[in-house]
Ligand binder design. Structure first.
Ligand code: URA
Length: 232
């Protein structure tokens, strides 16, 4: 990684500020004064800024309990972005792994590691995403087989991939999807003549939303949770 990026990511200083520090002879790499922002540094190099050793930047992995009314996007339009809920430096560097609609709540995963996020969103890895849906009308037993066989969605070429539906009560169901099409849960129920009134994501693959997180709260994932996506 370039030295200026390494310093900016580890400290939260802007690249411009970092360049100024390099110019002012405040940076040493492996004991030598270094002024070149493009100098490549690796994890094992010792980087000292103003006398303090700077740790190599590490990827962050986060779970958020998304509240209603926030968008899973870096751009804010009529609604605030979920990124504003995460009080960390460089939130713009985080990728949102699998978006939820503005009126959907629940588990959102974010990371600086784009490859890790790709494993979550790529249908090739077949990670199940589990949602609890509250419907406007009673859920018919026949939906179970229809979800399993695949449903033709308006405007799509292919049937939806086999999905699991568990009826929890007359108007509440748990749905497990192995792909992520636009508004998929809502459109699947709409194709059967019903309407999703509330939607909440409970889990993504092996990672379940932490019960201790109130809406709008987040926490870093444990090492085991991070690894479970690569091992899953
Ligand atoms: N399906 C939907 O319809 N909306 C979501 O936010 C997620 C899945």
């Amino acid at each position: 990684m370039r030295l200026d990026k390494y310093l900016a990511q580890s400290t939260g200083f802007s690249r411009k500020e970092v360049k100024r520090m390099l110019h002012a002879e405040e940076v040493r790499v492996n004991g030598e004064l270094e002024k070149n922002p493009a100098r490549k540094v690796a994890e094992e190099d010792e980087v000292i800024l103003d006398g303090y050793e700077i740790e190599a930047p590490r990827d962050r992995y986060i779970m958020l309990n998304k509240p209603l009314g926030y968008v899973c996007s870096h751009d804010e339009g009529d609604h605030a972005s979920v990124l504003g809920l995460i009080e960390l430096p460089r939130v713009d560097n985080l990728t949102i792994a699998g978006r939820l609609d503005v009126d959907t709540t629940g588990l959102v995963l974010l990371s600086d590691n784009g490859q890790w996020c790709h494993r979550i969103t790529s249908p090739r890895h077949k990670l199940g995403k589990i949602y609890e849906a509250t419907l406007a009308d009673p859920i018919d037993e026949s939906y179970i087989e229809k979800f399993e066989r695949g449903i033709q969605l308006n405007g799509d070429k292919e049937l939806t991939k086999p999905a699991k539906l568990e009826i929890l009560s007359e108007q509440v169901a748990r749905v497990e999807l192995f792909e992520g099409r636009y508004h998929q849960v809502k459109r699947m129920f709409a194709a059967l003549g019903n309407k999703v009134e509330e939607l909440h994501r409970e889990s993504i693959g092996p990672i379940a939303l932490d019960d201790d997180l109130y809406e709008g709260e987040w926490r870093e994932l444990t090492d085991d949770e991070v690894a479970s996506i690569f091992n899953g």
